[in-house]
Design a binder for this molecule. Structure first.
Ligand code: URA
Length: 245
């Protein structure tokens, strides 16, 4: 297959960016720099990027997307808005792993593996998700952080304690292991800081490493890491009614 496609399929970058990386001389085939994105290669060609051999991707397809604002994370939208699945344009049928609100940006996964998707979203597995929020009414005081750390009483029950860091007077980073509808927004609103901007920057072992709107296929190793998350949750939710992301 074409070298640029091979790199994209190997999780190095999107195909468009792969072409630029190849032209920049960062890709070797059999030890020699190749600047032609159309060069025909396969797994035995010895393709390397910045000197590192390129790993074949997993058979299970998992794609990481940096979802832009206004794009919905359902497979289809009844209002005709663009979906994350449209963004990727895969030939295979892929499903979003959990949800992000239309106005939230950041890391969302798509996969063709229903069991993996369930494992990553079911509350019993407690996969941590980290969000960066820019909020109204700064500064965010210690008292608000402590309340978030203790757990917040929402109208569908109390949340588990969140891990929280203040990154600036109006910016906090929150890690939660649940995925209730608009949970982060509701938690921050409850402590007097409605969210102005929300971005998911981590999902389990994966960190957001894509520009907005970009996507890439996860490597075999990354999919193994996703599957290897512990099968327990650190603490039980006391009461839950709805489930979201
Ligand atoms: N919490 C929210 O409030 N919104 C999201 O999109 C994800 C988590």
């Amino acid at each position: 297959m074409r070298l640029s496609r091979y790199l994209a399929h190997s999780g190095v970058s999107s195909r468009r960016r792969a072409e630029a990386l190849i032209r920049a001389g960062r890709v070797t085939v059999g030890g020699e720099v190749v600047t032609d994105p159309a060069r025909d290669v396969d797994e035995n060609s010895g393709v390397a990027f910045d000197g590192t051999p390129v790993a074949p991707v997993a058979e299970t397809v998992v794609i990481a997307v940096n979802k832009p604002k206004g794009v919905v994370s359902t497979a289809r939208d009844t209002h005709g808005r663009p979906t994350v699945v449209d963004l990727v344009g895969a030939r295979r049928r892929l499903y979003p792993v959990g949800r992000l609100d239309a106005d939230t940006t950041g890391l969302i996964l798509l996969t063709d593996d229903g069991e993996l998707a369930n494992r990553l979203t079911h509350p019993r597995y407690g996969v941590p998700k980290t969000y960066r929020a820019v909020v109204a009414h700064p500064p965010v005081r210690d008292e608000a952080l402590e309340r978030l750390r203790a757990g917040i009483e929402l109208d569908d029950g109390p949340t588990q304690p969140a891990e929280v860091r203040r990154l600036g007077p109006d910016t906090v980073e929150l890690t939660i292991r649940e995925g209730r509808k608009r949970q982060v927004r509701r938690m921050l609103e409850a402590v007097g800081h409605p969210v102005r901007r929300l971005e998911r920057v981590r999902f389990g072992p994966l960190r957001l490493d894509l520009a907005e709107g970009e996507h890439r296929q996860l490597t075999k190793r990354e999919v193994e890491l996703l599957r290897a998350r512990p099968r327990r949750r650190p603490s039980s939710p006391r009461r839950r009614r709805s489930s979201g992301s």
